[in-house]
Write a protein that binds this ligand. Structure first.
Ligand code: ADP
Ligand code: MG
Length: 246
Protein backbone atom coordinates (compact mmCIF):
# COMPACT_ATOMS: atom_id res chain seq x y z
CA UNK A 1 0.00 0.00 0.00
CA UNK A 2 1.24 3.49 -0.85
CA UNK A 3 0.26 6.53 1.19
CA UNK A 4 0.15 8.69 -1.96
CA UNK A 5 -0.03 7.97 -5.68
CA UNK A 6 -0.73 10.65 -8.27
CA UNK A 7 -1.43 9.40 -11.82
CA UNK A 8 -1.19 11.78 -14.76
CA UNK A 9 -3.26 14.57 -13.24
CA UNK A 10 -4.26 17.51 -15.41
CA UNK A 11 -6.03 20.69 -14.43
CA UNK A 12 -6.84 23.84 -16.35
CA UNK A 13 -8.40 27.08 -15.16
CA UNK A 14 -10.29 29.73 -17.07
CA UNK A 15 -8.84 33.22 -16.71
CA UNK A 16 -11.01 35.69 -18.58
CA UNK A 17 -11.10 34.52 -22.19
CA UNK A 18 -8.16 32.12 -21.97
CA UNK A 19 -7.37 28.81 -20.32
CA UNK A 20 -4.35 28.24 -18.07
CA UNK A 21 -3.01 24.69 -17.96
CA UNK A 22 -2.04 24.68 -14.27
CA UNK A 23 -1.11 20.96 -14.30
CA UNK A 24 -0.12 19.35 -17.57
CA UNK A 25 0.09 15.67 -16.62
CA UNK A 26 1.89 14.90 -13.37
CA UNK A 27 2.57 11.47 -11.89
CA UNK A 28 4.34 10.76 -8.64
CA UNK A 29 4.43 8.27 -5.80
CA UNK A 30 5.40 8.94 -2.20
CA UNK A 31 6.50 5.96 -0.14
CA UNK A 32 5.67 5.44 3.54
CA UNK A 33 8.07 7.47 5.68
CA UNK A 34 9.28 9.62 2.80
CA UNK A 35 9.50 13.40 3.01
CA UNK A 36 9.16 14.92 -0.46
CA UNK A 37 9.56 18.64 -1.16
CA UNK A 38 7.87 20.04 -4.26
CA UNK A 39 9.70 23.11 -5.56
CA UNK A 40 8.83 25.45 -8.40
CA UNK A 41 8.47 29.12 -9.25
CA UNK A 42 5.29 31.03 -8.42
CA UNK A 43 2.53 29.88 -10.77
CA UNK A 44 4.18 26.54 -11.62
CA UNK A 45 1.20 24.60 -10.20
CA UNK A 46 2.44 23.61 -6.73
CA UNK A 47 -0.67 24.65 -4.79
CA UNK A 48 -3.01 23.25 -7.44
CA UNK A 49 -1.22 19.90 -7.12
CA UNK A 50 -1.47 19.98 -3.33
CA UNK A 51 -5.17 20.85 -3.48
CA UNK A 52 -5.80 17.89 -5.80
CA UNK A 53 -3.91 15.57 -3.46
CA UNK A 54 -6.03 16.84 -0.56
CA UNK A 55 -9.25 16.28 -2.51
CA UNK A 56 -10.03 19.99 -2.27
CA UNK A 57 -10.20 20.26 -6.09
CA UNK A 58 -10.96 17.63 -8.72
CA UNK A 59 -8.53 16.99 -11.56
CA UNK A 60 -9.85 17.31 -15.15
CA UNK A 61 -8.06 14.03 -15.81
CA UNK A 62 -5.98 11.53 -13.86
CA UNK A 63 -6.26 10.08 -10.37
CA UNK A 64 -5.12 10.65 -6.80
CA UNK A 65 -4.91 7.61 -4.50
CA UNK A 66 -4.33 7.93 -0.76
CA UNK A 67 -3.69 4.55 0.92
CA UNK A 68 -5.00 2.97 -2.32
CA UNK A 69 -8.31 4.86 -2.09
CA UNK A 70 -9.22 6.81 -5.24
CA UNK A 71 -10.43 10.26 -4.15
CA UNK A 72 -12.56 10.63 -7.30
CA UNK A 73 -14.66 7.61 -6.30
CA UNK A 74 -15.99 9.30 -3.15
CA UNK A 75 -18.94 11.65 -2.75
CA UNK A 76 -18.52 14.94 -0.85
CA UNK A 77 -19.52 13.47 2.50
CA UNK A 78 -17.21 10.47 2.18
CA UNK A 79 -14.41 12.76 1.06
CA UNK A 80 -14.88 15.10 4.04
CA UNK A 81 -14.62 12.17 6.48
CA UNK A 82 -11.72 10.62 4.60
CA UNK A 83 -9.86 13.93 4.62
CA UNK A 84 -10.42 14.39 8.34
CA UNK A 85 -8.84 11.00 9.11
CA UNK A 86 -6.29 10.37 6.41
CA UNK A 87 -4.96 13.76 5.28
CA UNK A 88 -3.15 16.24 7.53
CA UNK A 89 -3.18 19.71 6.01
CA UNK A 90 -0.78 22.53 6.87
CA UNK A 91 -0.87 25.95 5.21
CA UNK A 92 1.25 29.07 5.21
CA UNK A 93 -1.36 30.78 7.42
CA UNK A 94 -1.58 28.78 10.63
CA UNK A 95 -5.41 28.96 10.69
CA UNK A 96 -5.62 28.55 14.46
CA UNK A 97 -8.80 29.66 16.22
CA UNK A 98 -7.79 32.82 18.14
CA UNK A 99 -10.16 32.31 21.09
CA UNK A 100 -8.95 28.75 21.81
CA UNK A 101 -5.75 27.78 23.66
CA UNK A 102 -2.89 25.98 21.92
CA UNK A 103 -4.07 22.70 23.41
CA UNK A 104 -7.71 23.24 22.40
CA UNK A 105 -6.65 24.05 18.84
CA UNK A 106 -4.56 20.90 18.75
CA UNK A 107 -7.47 18.75 19.92
CA UNK A 108 -10.08 20.11 17.49
CA UNK A 109 -10.03 17.26 14.93
CA UNK A 110 -10.68 14.72 17.70
CA UNK A 111 -13.58 16.76 19.15
CA UNK A 112 -15.28 16.62 15.74
CA UNK A 113 -14.79 12.90 15.81
CA UNK A 114 -16.44 11.77 19.03
CA UNK A 115 -13.17 10.44 20.50
CA UNK A 116 -13.38 9.82 24.28
CA UNK A 117 -12.07 12.55 26.63
CA UNK A 118 -9.42 10.21 28.04
CA UNK A 119 -8.06 9.41 24.61
CA UNK A 120 -8.08 13.08 23.63
CA UNK A 121 -6.06 14.08 26.70
CA UNK A 122 -3.57 11.23 26.25
CA UNK A 123 -3.08 12.01 22.57
CA UNK A 124 -2.73 15.75 22.96
CA UNK A 125 -0.33 15.45 25.93
CA UNK A 126 1.93 13.14 24.01
CA UNK A 127 1.82 15.39 20.95
CA UNK A 128 2.51 18.57 22.94
CA UNK A 129 5.58 16.85 24.41
CA UNK A 130 6.81 15.85 20.94
CA UNK A 131 6.26 19.40 19.70
CA UNK A 132 8.17 20.81 22.69
CA UNK A 133 5.11 22.88 23.61
CA UNK A 134 3.89 21.38 26.90
CA UNK A 135 4.57 24.63 28.76
CA UNK A 136 2.75 26.70 26.16
CA UNK A 137 -0.42 24.57 26.17
CA UNK A 138 -2.75 27.13 27.79
CA UNK A 139 -1.57 30.08 25.69
CA UNK A 140 -3.80 31.58 23.03
CA UNK A 141 -2.29 31.81 19.52
CA UNK A 142 -1.50 35.53 19.87
CA UNK A 143 0.78 34.74 22.83
CA UNK A 144 2.78 32.24 20.77
CA UNK A 145 5.58 32.91 18.27
CA UNK A 146 4.91 32.17 14.59
CA UNK A 147 6.99 29.00 14.85
CA UNK A 148 5.05 27.83 17.90
CA UNK A 149 1.74 28.53 16.15
CA UNK A 150 2.81 26.55 13.11
CA UNK A 151 4.01 23.68 15.32
CA UNK A 152 0.54 23.60 16.92
CA UNK A 153 -0.98 23.57 13.42
CA UNK A 154 1.32 20.63 12.58
CA UNK A 155 0.17 18.86 15.76
CA UNK A 156 -3.44 19.45 14.75
CA UNK A 157 -2.67 17.88 11.37
CA UNK A 158 -1.03 14.87 13.06
CA UNK A 159 -3.51 14.13 15.81
CA UNK A 160 -5.67 11.77 13.73
CA UNK A 161 -2.60 9.82 12.51
CA UNK A 162 -3.28 10.59 8.84
CA UNK A 163 -1.79 8.55 5.99
CA UNK A 164 -0.11 11.64 4.62
CA UNK A 165 0.77 15.18 5.71
CA UNK A 166 0.40 17.84 3.00
CA UNK A 167 2.03 21.20 3.69
CA UNK A 168 1.79 24.24 1.38
CA UNK A 169 4.65 26.71 2.04
CA UNK A 170 4.53 25.97 5.81
CA UNK A 171 7.42 28.37 6.51
CA UNK A 172 6.16 31.14 4.22
CA UNK A 173 5.12 33.39 7.12
CA UNK A 174 8.13 32.68 9.35
CA UNK A 175 11.51 34.29 9.97
CA UNK A 176 14.56 32.08 9.58
CA UNK A 177 14.78 30.91 13.23
CA UNK A 178 11.11 29.93 13.37
CA UNK A 179 11.33 28.44 9.92
CA UNK A 180 14.22 26.27 11.09
CA UNK A 181 12.21 24.98 14.09
CA UNK A 182 9.33 23.98 11.79
CA UNK A 183 11.70 22.27 9.32
CA UNK A 184 13.42 20.38 12.16
CA UNK A 185 10.06 19.16 13.41
CA UNK A 186 8.93 17.94 9.97
CA UNK A 187 12.29 16.24 9.45
CA UNK A 188 12.03 14.52 12.84
CA UNK A 189 8.48 13.34 12.14
CA UNK A 190 9.76 11.64 9.03
CA UNK A 191 12.98 10.13 10.41
CA UNK A 192 11.74 9.13 13.88
CA UNK A 193 8.07 8.31 13.26
CA UNK A 194 8.09 7.38 9.56
CA UNK A 195 5.40 9.90 8.80
CA UNK A 196 4.79 10.52 5.11
CA UNK A 197 5.12 14.20 4.25
CA UNK A 198 4.71 16.20 1.07
CA UNK A 199 5.75 19.85 1.39
CA UNK A 200 5.51 22.63 -1.16
CA UNK A 201 8.17 25.33 -0.96
CA UNK A 202 10.20 27.54 -3.26
CA UNK A 203 13.03 27.96 -0.76
CA UNK A 204 16.09 25.67 -1.10
CA UNK A 205 16.97 26.19 2.59
CA UNK A 206 13.59 24.65 3.48
CA UNK A 207 13.45 21.95 0.78
CA UNK A 208 16.86 20.62 1.85
CA UNK A 209 15.24 19.20 5.03
CA UNK A 210 13.21 16.79 2.90
CA UNK A 211 14.60 13.42 1.80
CA UNK A 212 13.72 14.08 -1.84
CA UNK A 213 12.99 17.09 -4.02
CA UNK A 214 10.71 17.21 -7.08
CA UNK A 215 10.75 20.32 -9.28
CA UNK A 216 7.71 21.62 -11.14
CA UNK A 217 7.80 23.93 -14.13
CA UNK A 218 4.74 25.08 -16.08
CA UNK A 219 2.60 22.33 -14.57
CA UNK A 220 5.07 19.53 -15.33
CA UNK A 221 7.46 17.60 -13.13
CA UNK A 222 10.92 18.21 -14.60
CA UNK A 223 13.13 16.30 -12.16
CA UNK A 224 13.18 14.43 -8.87
CA UNK A 225 16.24 13.56 -6.80
CA UNK A 226 17.37 12.62 -3.26
CA UNK A 227 18.85 15.37 -1.08
CA UNK A 228 21.43 13.10 0.56
CA UNK A 229 24.83 14.80 0.47
CA UNK A 230 23.35 18.05 -0.87
CA UNK A 231 23.37 21.27 1.19
CA UNK A 232 21.05 24.26 0.72
CA UNK A 233 23.53 26.09 -1.49
CA UNK A 234 24.04 23.11 -3.81
CA UNK A 235 20.28 22.58 -3.91
CA UNK A 236 19.72 26.22 -4.92
CA UNK A 237 22.12 25.74 -7.85
CA UNK A 238 20.50 22.47 -8.85
CA UNK A 239 17.05 24.10 -8.70
CA UNK A 240 18.10 27.03 -10.92
CA UNK A 241 19.71 24.64 -13.41
CA UNK A 242 16.61 22.44 -13.56
CA UNK A 243 14.46 25.48 -14.33
CA UNK A 244 16.87 26.74 -16.98
CA UNK A 245 17.44 23.43 -18.77
CA UNK A 246 13.86 22.21 -18.95
P1 ADP B 1 1.96 27.95 -7.33
O1 ADP B 1 1.36 27.43 -6.07
O2 ADP B 1 3.09 27.13 -7.86
O3 ADP B 1 2.34 29.40 -7.22
P2 ADP B 1 -0.72 27.62 -8.43
O4 ADP B 1 -0.97 26.16 -8.41
O5 ADP B 1 -1.36 28.45 -7.39
O6 ADP B 1 0.85 27.88 -8.51
O7 ADP B 1 -1.21 28.19 -9.85
C1 ADP B 1 -0.83 27.61 -11.09
C2 ADP B 1 -1.48 28.42 -12.22
O8 ADP B 1 -2.90 28.22 -12.18
C3 ADP B 1 -1.25 29.91 -12.13
O9 ADP B 1 -1.14 30.44 -13.41
C4 ADP B 1 -2.51 30.42 -11.45
O10 ADP B 1 -2.78 31.75 -11.82
C5 ADP B 1 -3.57 29.47 -11.99
N1 ADP B 1 -4.67 29.24 -11.04
C6 ADP B 1 -4.59 28.57 -9.87
N2 ADP B 1 -5.80 28.52 -9.26
C7 ADP B 1 -6.67 29.16 -10.09
C8 ADP B 1 -8.09 29.45 -10.02
N3 ADP B 1 -8.83 29.03 -9.02
N4 ADP B 1 -8.63 30.14 -11.06
C9 ADP B 1 -7.87 30.54 -12.11
N5 ADP B 1 -6.55 30.31 -12.23
C10 ADP B 1 -5.94 29.62 -11.24
MG1 MG C 1 1.14 28.28 -4.15
Amino acid sequence: MHPLIVKDVRKKFRQGDRWIQALAGISLTVEQGNFLAIMGASGSGKSTLLHLMAGLTNPDDGQVLINDTDLSKMNDRQLTLFRRHQIGLIFQAFNLIPTLSAEENLRLPLLLDGTSDEQIVAKSDSLLAQLGLLERRTHRPDALSGGEQQRIAIGRALITDPAVILADEPTGNLDSANSQSVCELLHKLCTEQHRTILMVTHEPSVAVWASEVAILKDGKLVTRFATEGIDAEALAIRYQEALKNN
